[in-house]
Design a protein around this ligand. Sequence first.
Ligand SMILES: [Zn+2]
Ligand SMILES: [Zn+2]
Length: 347
Amino acid sequence: MRWHAAGDVRLEEVELELPLGPGMVEAEVRFCGICGSDLAEFRHPFAIRPEKAHPLTGQRPPLTLGHEFSAVVSAVGAGVDQVAVGGRVSADACWRCGRCAACVSGRYNQCLYSGSIGLSSDGAFAARVRFPAYCAVPLPEAVGDEVGALLEPLAVGLHALDRADARAGERVVVIGYGPVGAATALIARSLGLEPLVCELAPGRRTRAEAHGFETHEPEPEGRDFARAVRAWSGGGAEIVVDCSGAVPALEAAMEMTARGGRIVIAGIPKRPVPVDPGRMVVYERSLIGTLGYANDLPRVARMIASGSLEPSVMITRRIPLSEVADEIARLAEDPRDEVKVLAEIGR
Ligand SMILES: [Zn+2]
Ligand SMILES: [Zn+2]
């Protein structure tokens, strides 16, 4: 399922382009989820650079999309000992150089040359996918193939909460209940935090309630929204994670934390949002960005295996690979109330 240009994704028969060189893995895909970034690339190229080859992968469009997947290893290149043929895996989608300051410090999501499987190299909306062995995350026995395809989006939620130094017992307001919001709320609950989900769309709000979350319909006035959430938390939540990327939501988020609160920006608003530094300084609030994840997928796998996290409720629709292109076009137009749409690719 190849990305050719904005508005142009199609199913076609191609050979794998990346060689199975040293340090590379080839795997047969089981499940692959549609991500908000796939929809963003369909609307307008953002991470995909149509004009030049990626410095780490050497690939340029057309590219196979898909970076949230589970698969079974079918071949390994020279020097690969992290995984073996027949092993069930998911993947951390980050290509990294391994040499820049960010990589050396372990924050490879900040790599100077970073790229993503399915955006910078051929991804997993395909029968087979090749990727670096350092991306492979072995799936524990207790983590099934379907749920295995959720590790990547769940890691985004875990990283957002880690960025805020979230601790059990704290109250966290999650704004937006799309895939990132759902992942954040589910992870928050399993870490012992108390989430409140704020979501405008009635369908998604109902979805959050069905998943057992307390919900709130945001007031149209940002000030009233912030006041209502402060009332819920008796003076302000410790953490707010804005997963909506909406300007009014982020403006309200900055006013709904307690003193010492942490405001995590997980969605990117379309225009700059004014910040009142006084409101940050006087209440010692922190404004924190979060990007993807780094070393978070194995921890998510352990949370699922231990039974503390049950994320299969995120899957709201299953489709065959042949329907992915149409589904991406439909969701890019209107995400409806879907949380995670999974393509079932191999069995
Ligand atoms: Zn994703
Ligand atoms: Zn690097």
